[in-house]
Write a protein that binds this ligand. Structure first.
Ligand SMILES: [Zn+2]
Length: 95
């Protein structure tokens, strides 16, 4: 069985070096990278089962490619940022 590293490096993914925050693909919340490191790269959200596989660099290529203007550079801990937001037709998002 593989042992996850407690170092700053993600155990098997790259691209986190320059990212101060990490987004969870499972619960769609974002936490400072230090929180992910402290929880051994499992999602820091108490009610989430997100694993290291769900860790996505907030400043990384994957989310950059979405080109979403509603992605704050320094989100509050636990900031909820759905990948597919529910759009309110009365308040259309302008991309
Ligand atoms: Zn999560």
């Amino acid at each position: 069985m593989a042992t996850l590293s407690l170092s700053k490096q993600h155990p098997f993914l790259s691209g986190f070096e320059s990212s101060s925050h990490v987004w969870c693909l499972h619960c769609e919340r974002v936490w400072p990278k230090s929180k992910w490191i402290a929880s051994n790269w499992y999602c820091p959200s108490d009610d989430c089962l997100g694993t290291p596989m769900d860790a996505i660099a907030w400043d990384g290529e994957l989310l950059n490619d979405l080109n979403r203007p509603d992605r704050p550079p320094y989100p509050a801990p636990g900031f909820f940022w759905p990948l597919y937001p529910v759009f309110d037709e009365k308040r259309p998002l302008t991309f």
